[in-house]
Design a protein around this ligand. Structure first.
Ligand code: PLP
Length: 351
């Protein structure tokens, strides 16, 4: 009944998330979830929140969570925005800050949700090619623009930029908003949050889905100058006043308090990443240097698409993107020690 659709809906090109399989017992290394569960303190906070109080609307401003994030990063609560996953936060950013008379700039190989938001909000964009080593070269982002966005580390490559490179971009680019999407920063990068008090056009987004193991709860955040945050609040309050439910708010607060659990699980993922990188390299794979909870690998003699299918046939799912330049790569999420070992054993039988 598409005659009833608004015209813009005909042209949308929706994002396709990685598979969430319906069958059990698969080793799931395809969507960059954390292999370890959330902190036990987070689970306890959720249990405490399950009560007749659920009849009440949650705090529309998620004040407690903003406070916990502000305390954690040593900034003001007015510099913090929270939303239903960083995907929602990013959508509000595109809507609130990127609709201008020039093109938005982002890498040719990057998070595939960016062009989707551009279609939705009718934002002009121009992609900037990664260099031959699949690294973002910020020198190439010098044209007049409506904004700049890139993940750090980048997805799906895992490659990290230094804080110095980012600061040099901010020194050159003062007339539009620069967004650093730090979905994976806790696995070995240095956050640009330390620069938000110096550069009023810098916005940093993070998520509790990966390093804090709460993908199912949908909690994302942005940190930047209070004026940028106010723009996001205006869009949010014109869209959905209550993006975070009360369970997510309480769980998010605890997730920032349990520093020990957070550090321990991140360290374990990093150690496993280094181990898996060395093992894959022994099998003949070439692996891009990763600072994320996944690795991006290619084999000179094996077709990546066929490998992904063969792995799927043996109960292991990894991500394969049918996109130019990266068709021959697989993105492999770091699992538990047992999952990584199992994956390797099966892969060994295939290459
Ligand atoms: C996973 C991811 C997100 C989205 O995270 P959610 O908070 O779960 O919506 C955003 N950006 C990048 C680059 C990601 O990989």
């Amino acid at each position: 009944m598409s005659q009833f659709w608004s015209p813009i809906v005909h042209d949308l090109d929706p994002y396709v998330p990685g598979e969430q399989p319906k069958v059990a017992n698969l080793v799931k290394l395809n969507t960059n979830e954390n292999p370890y569960g959330p902190s036990p303190k987070v689970l306890e906070a959720i249990r405490l929140g399950v009560s007749d109080q659920l009849r009440l609307y949650p705090d529309p401003n998620a004040t407690q969570l903003k406070q916990a994030i502000a305390d954690y990063h040593n900034i003001e609560t007015q510099q913090v925005f929270v939303g239903n996953g960083s995907d929602e936060v990013l959508a509000h950013i595109f809507h609130a800050l990127f609709q201008h008379d020039a093109a938005l700039l982002f890498p040719d190989i990057t998070y595939s949700f960016y062009p989707v938001y551009c279609k939705l909000y009718q934002i002009d964009y121009q992609t900037v090619p990664l260099d031959k080593n699949f690294v973002i070269n910020l020198q190439d982002y010098s044209t007049n623009n409506a904004g700049i966005i890139f993940p750090n580390p980048n997805a799906p490559t895992g490659c990290l930029l230094s804080l110095n490179d980012i600061e040099r971009l901010l020194q050159r680019n003062t007339q539009s908003v620069v967004v650093v999407d730090e979905a994976y920063i806790d696995f070995g990068g240095e956050s640009a949050i330390s620069l938000v008090n110096t550069y009023p056009n810098l916005l940093v987004t993070q998520t509790l889905s990966k390093s804090r193991s709460l993908a199912s709860l949908r909690i994302g955040l942005a940190i930047g100058h209070a004026d940028l945050i106010e723009a996001l609040v205006r869009v949010k309050d014109s869209f959905n006043s209550y993006p975070l439910d009360s369970l997510a708010i309480s769980a998010g607060v605890e997730a920032f308090k349990d520093q020990h659990y957070f550090e321990q699980t991140c360290q374990q993922v990093i150690a496993s990443r280094e181990w898996l990188t060395a093992e894959l390299s022994d099998l003949g794979f070439e692996i891009l240097p990763s600072a994320a909870n996944f690795i991006f690998a290619t084999h000179p003699q094996q077709d990546a698409g066929e490998l992904a299918l063969a792995l799927r046939g043996q109960g292991v799912i990894v991500r394969h993107f049918k996109q130019d330049r990266i068709k021959q790569f697989l993105r492999i999420t770091i699992g538990t020690t047992e999952e990584n070992q199992h994956f390797l054993t099966i892969l060994d039988g295939l290459v």
